[in-house]
Design a protein around this ligand. Structure first.
Ligand SMILES: Cc1ncc(C[n+]2csc(CCOP(=O)(O)OP(=O)(O)O)c2C)c(N)n1
Ligand SMILES: [Mg+2]
Length: 334
């Protein structure tokens, strides 16, 4: 029996290849985050890092339904979105090391990830900032008569920004192919959702705008995958936008690799409660029970990912910084 995440009902009709692909994506995101956390204190990465440990199922479940040419717009907690959409791992780790070979040429850091070759058109460190851009990209797709869809990942706090309401309203008016994916991890930095909002039903906030809204167990990759699939198909076939509230939890502090318990804004009991719902471990157990995955597979896949990550760190460390004269190229402020 898998304990706290119920996968069975969403598993029907998902082929084994997809089941395994979702596992691989989540495990890879998890392992990349852990490696970043392990090395962060060495002070070779001069960038804040907002890790998405605990939230991997959302990026994996949504992006598994997207085509390369579809668009994703991310936020400050974007490593998972970038990797799930197919962003280059070497360029991500090089970016964290501020290197010229980084995905933003080392000038952007962790909060400004981009890989246009796979449709990851950018991330915004301004809370809510990616949402209107994703909406505009969806409008562009419609004007070009393309069937691309656009996804905006946003946090629970971003739903408190006016621009999100305005973007959703416009997307409904124009019936744009955009999916708003809210990762509700119940915190804005150190402030819990129940100190900011009177109700914890974010998905209901936008129902008055006549956008289809769904509450999703964001730690359940199969539920996320199947609800996102419906939303993406609806958008692609011209039936307009959707809003998904994916409920989850970040296992590390707002930024960096500590738990946040030591700061005092959340308790160890709360962290433990969510640890039992770990999206990666629960799904791994489920796949083993279903005999889609063996213990040996777990080891082989884990080792392959570890060695890929090891070589990405070597690549990043050994590549050059932007040269002194050119360091201010591509940046807006001097
Ligand atoms: C417009 C704006 N206001 C405030 C901030 C400072 N800030 C950075 S992250 C953050 C919290 C974001 O919370 P949420 O959207 O829930 O995402 P999470 O960090 O939980 O993934 C805040 C307030 C910012 N970057 N941009
Ligand atoms: Mg949050």
């Amino acid at each position: 029996m898998t304990d706290s995440v119920e996968f069975e009902s969403s598993m029907m009709s998902v082929p084994d290849k997809t089941l395994l692909g979702l596992y691989w994506t989540m495990l890879r995101i998890r392992k990349v985050q852990l490696k970043i956390a392990e090395h962060y204190h060495e002070d070779e990465m001069h960038t804040p890092v907002h890790l998405c440990i605990g939230q991997e199922a959302i990026a994996a479940g949504v992006c598994a339904n997207l085509r390369t040419e579809d668009y994703v717009f991310s936020n400050h907690r974007g490593h998972g979105h970038y990797l799930a959409k197919g962003g280059d791992l070497n360029a991500l780790i090089a970016e964290l090391h501020n290197k010229e070979k980084g995905c933003s040429r080392g000038r952007g850091g962790s909060m400004h990830l981009i890989d246009t070759s796979v449709g990851l058109l950018g991330s915004s460190s301004i809370v809510g900032g990616g949402v209107p851009i994703a909406t505009g990209a969806a409008l562009g797709a419609v004007l070009r008569k393309s069937d691309q869809v656009s996804v905006a990942f946003l946090g629970d706090a971003a739903t408190e920004e006016g621009i999100v309401f305005e973007s959703i309203s416009f997307a409904v008016l124009k019936q744009l192919p955009v999916i708003f994916v809210c990762e509700n991890n119940f915190y804005a930095v150190y402030t819990p959702l129940n100190k900011r909002q009177s109700h914890d039903d974010i998905y209901r906030h936008f129902e008055g705008l006549s956008i289809p809204c769904f509450r999703v167990d964001g730690n359940n990759v199969l539920e996320t995958y199947s609800i996102a699939q419906e939303a993406i198909e609806r958008a692609r076939s011209g039936d307009g936008p959707s809003f998904l509230e994916c409920r989850t939890y970040r296992m590390t502090d707002h930024h960096g690799g500590e738990s946040g318990v030591e700061v005092g804004y959340r308790t160890q009991a709360e962290v433990d409660h969510w640890s039992a719902k770990c999206p990666v471990e629960c799904y791994e157990r489920f796949l083993i029970e279903k005999r889609v995955l063996s213990f040996e597979d777990v080891k082989v896949v884990g080792d392959q990912i570890d060695s890929e990550i090891e070589s990405a760190f070597e690549y990043a460390r050994s590549s050059p910084l932007p040269d002194g004269d050119g360091v201010l190229r591509y940046v807006m402020a001097e």
